[in-house]
Design a protein around this ligand. Structure first.
Ligand code: PLP
Length: 452
């Protein structure tokens, strides 16, 4: 016991000295949790304390921790062929590209990278080049939504609609425009949810027209805004956006980095809305976070435009040394197989319904403004005043998250959206949660809410 206390203090000391954390500011009073092992929906830290991971890491460990099958798939592939570039080819990438086509349910060609940001960067370059290849030389602009997150690299951050993520990194890349998301909770008084959603879609069309449709390359959006606060559109919204894009020759990129791979209760989030995107980007749940891998899936006929024998620059001149690493592809294939064999997409729907029902019991809690969910994703928007919808303070949001952590439950909150609006608690537990895990999540959260 004494030895482990000394070791953990030493680990924290070295962490402080050598490690630069993602996004989290350094805080002496609340040192980072140093995780040591994981099993199912649970992780154990270096003190031996167990936590249920209600956020699946960063929304990615869909099949849960400790999956020996995944380690074996990667190990076997590493022993056979650990690396080969996709300037040429290898079987795990071919097999995975075929499998992703089957999951997407349409004809796509797959380009592999390592992260969600890179998948989106590849998509942006493909869009610009595609329009050049097809003689539409002015089409270079992208439209995305405020509150949406698309990654941390300069292009992906430019597409991101979260002001606080951009401070001190601007100016970013030009040619990225933003419109309001269909945040129905904050719609104008007197407007129906459907009218509001249609109006939000109409703003996209108006922006295309005002910018000059011949200058707009693509619209990029998540099916449901996730990290920006679980903002779920009406189905008519996405249908209308697709219609608008088609009408104006603008490509539609759907970012499935979080919504993909069962999280939404379907294989991909956009399958819930009956749309057929031109480009689909994906990462996180593709390997359940076990190894880095992402993909940009492009409709076959768009890909065909990159094959002009008369033009020596018609092919996609983009290289990614590690993208589509054979071990990551082999692991991803096994991961998809697990999701199928264990029927985790159905399970996501069942667990999501259980979570939704439980959260609904908070409807009269003075801090709860809105409760939103989609598949096995949920968000609780906290307010200081239910009538005015004034967002709750960050201190309250943090206090609830800390209370849950104290009781062994990790939950999240929306990203650095805009000052004053980081007030949505988020839930994205692994798809492999047992009934007991879900009960633990629910009872712990309700208990902590009861203390606030
Ligand atoms: N797109 C969405 C919707 C995301 O949530 C994220 C990351 O959270 C990204 C893209 C970027 O992915 P990565 O962090 O792997 O670059």
């Amino acid at each position: 016991m004494i030895k482990s206390a000394i070791n953990s203090e030493a680990a924290l000391q070295k962490d402080r000295q050598y490690l630069w954390h993602n996004i989290t500011p350094y805080n002496e009073a609340a040192p980072p949790m140093i995780a040591e092992s994981g099993q199912g929906a649970w992780i154990t830290d270096i003190h031996g304390k167990r936590y249920m991971d209600g956020m699946s890491g960063l929304w990615c460990v869909n099949v849960g921790y400790g999956r020996k099958e995944l380690a074996e798939a990667a190990y076997e592939q590493m022993m056979q062929l650990p690396y080969f570039p996709l300037t040429q080819s290898h079987m795990p990438a071919i097999r995975l590209a075929e499998k992703l086509n089957e999951w997407l349910g349409d004809e796509y060609v797959i380009f592999f990278s390592n992260s969600g940001s890179e998948a989106n960067e590849a998509a942006f370059k493909m869009v610009r080049q595609y329009h050049q290849q097809t003689g539409q030389h002015y089409r270079h602009k992208f439209i995305s939504r405020y509150r949406g997150y698309h990654g941390s690299s300069l292009g992906a951050l430019s597409a991101t609609g979260q002001a606080q993520r951009k401070y001190k990194y601007e100016p970013l890349t030009s040619g990225f425009l933003h419109v309001a998301p269909p945040d129905s909770y904050r719609r104008p008084a007197g407007q129906s949810v459907e009218e509001f959603n249609l109006q939000c879609a109409q703003v996209i069309e108006d922006t295309i027209i005002w910018e000059g449709a011949e200058t707009v390359g693509a619209v990029i959006m998540e099916p449901v805004i996730t990290g920006g606060g679980i903002i779920v559109p009406e189905p008519i919204y996405l249908e209308r956006v697709q219609e608008i894009c088609k009408r104006h020759g603008v490509l539609l990129i759907i970012d499935e980095v979080i919504c993909g791979f069962g999280r939404s209760g379907q294989k991909f989030g956009h399958h819930n809305f009956g749309i057929k995107p031109d480009i689909v980007t994906m990462a996180k749940g593709l390997t359940s976070g076990y190894l880095p891998l992402s993909a940009t899936a492009v409709r076959k006929d768009i890909y065909e435009a990159f094959k002009d024998p008369e033009d020596e620059y018609s092919h996609f001149r983009h290289v990614n040394t590690f993208g589509g690493n054979p071990a990551a592809c082999a692991l991803a294939l096994r991961n998809l197989q697990i999701i199928e064999e264990e029927q985790l997409i159905d399970r996501a729907r069942v667990l999501g319904q259980r979570l939704r029902d439980a959260l609904q019991t908070l409807v009269d809690h003075p801090l709860v403004g809105d409760i939103r969910s989609f598949g096995l994703l949920a968000g609780v928007e906290l307010v200081a005043d239910k009538a005015t919808k004034q967002p709750a303070s960050l201190d309250i949001v943090k206090s609830i998250i800390a209370g849950c952590k104290q009781h062994g439950l990790i939950i999240g909150k929306n990203g650095d959206t805009v000052a004053g609006f980081n007030n949505v608690l988020t839930f994205a537990p692994p798809l492999v949660c047992t009934d007991e895990d879900m009960e633990f999540l629910i009872t712990t959260f309700l208990k902590v809410m009861g203390e606030h």
